[in-house]
Design a protein around this ligand. Structure first.
Ligand code: SF4
Ligand code: SF4
Length: 306
């Protein structure tokens, strides 16, 4: 029987998703008997994207080369799979959308303390890809047929998705939340304090959110087996929003606000609340800022009040 032609590429990404594919370990062996990789830059040097049945893309669209690669992949495959949080939601590079491209390049090439750039210029060469104004998820540009979220994605889900593409079993994203999968003891949600990850001593049995740590489990799609809370770390939300949730970040902000007593006490000091909830973008939109309703920071210059 002819093997199924598959291609895989990474665009605006760190290659962690490719490591997750390798982490499927022996589950990969029967798959490799049935598929032929016809394009996979991480493993082989093929200059042009051929035709294939399945195309897998990791990473967000951050520059002109990423966009070109994504459009070519879409044009040449029947089924396009977005692998990892960057491809699905924009991922951590999406937080760069808080800044202009000039600010980003300044930070990397000019102003950081460890940089020595006497001519104060950004690198430039004819033919280099240009940064697009924003990092975007793949689905902003092309039709995506299936998503495997996660940073990095869960190897078991990758294997399940690949088997399903070969006609063995089913691949479906969970409709539950990470809290539904988490075995920590949940009682009354009444937040009195917010702790940074390194503060306090974590109780190994109780819900981290109830202990004061910002755990995004209630606003995050299940599928990882509550990997982080079961190891004592709060969920950072890498599986993206729950099914039918419009927005992961605002769902989580609403969850924090409701247990912080904001609904009940009109005298709550909102400034203190906002100050306590440190790094709101990093806490609530770490993986989904590029696909959120916010998507961008708007800075308005207003005349100084007299
Ligand atoms: S908030 Fe976090 S620690 Fe608490 S039940 Fe949900 S996933 Fe578990
Ligand atoms: S617990 Fe949260 S951050 Fe950790 S792997 Fe699962 S979805 Fe991602």
């Amino acid at each position: 029987m002819a093997k199924v032609k598959v291609m895989e590429t990474w665009i605006g990404a760190c290659a962690g998703c490719e490591i997750s594919v390798l982490d499927t370990h022996e589950a990969l062996l029967p798959i490799l008997e049935k598929v032929e990789f016809v394009y996979i830059p991480v493993l082989m040097d093929v200059k042009h994207i051929p035709k294939a049945t399945v195309g897998i893309v990791s990473g967000c669209v951050r520059n002109s080369d990423n966009l070109h690669e994504l459009l070519e992949m879409r044009k040449n495959c029947d089924i396009l799979v977005a692998l990892g949080s960057c491809a699905c939601f924009g991922g951590t590079p999406g937080m760069g959308n808080l800044y202009t491209t000039d600010q980003l390049l300044d930070e990397v090439y000019v102003t950081t303390k460890s940089t020595k750039n006497e001519i104060q210029r950004h690198p430039y060469m004819d033919g280099l890809p240009t940064l697009l104004p924003e990092a975007r998820p793949c689905s902003d540009y092309v039709k995506v047929d299936a998503m495997i979220p996660g940073c990095g994605p869960n190897p078991a889900m990758i294997a399940q998705a690949l088997y399903a593409l070969l006609g063995v079993g089913e691949y479906k994203l969970s409709e539950k939340s990470v809290c539904d999968e988490c075995t920590r003891e949940k009682k009354e949600r009444n937040l009195k304090k917010i702790l940074r990850p390194w503060e306090g001593t974590v109780d190994d049995t109780k819900c981290l959110f109830e202990q004061g740590y910002i755990c995004n489990g209630s606003a995050t799609r299940a599928g990882c087996g509550a990997r982080c809370p079961s190891s004592g770390a709060a969920c950072r939300g890498c599986f993206g929003p729950c099914e039918n949730a419009a927005e992961q970040g605002s769902a989580m902000i609403s969850a924090v606000a409701s247990v912080y007593g904001l609904d009940d006490d009109p005298n709550t000091d909102l400034d203190k609340f906002v100050a306590d909830v440190y790094d709101p973008i990093g806490n609530f939109y770490k993986y989904t800022f590029a696909s959120s309703f916010l998507g961008k920071k708007v800075v308005e210059k207003t005349a100084a009040k007299k």
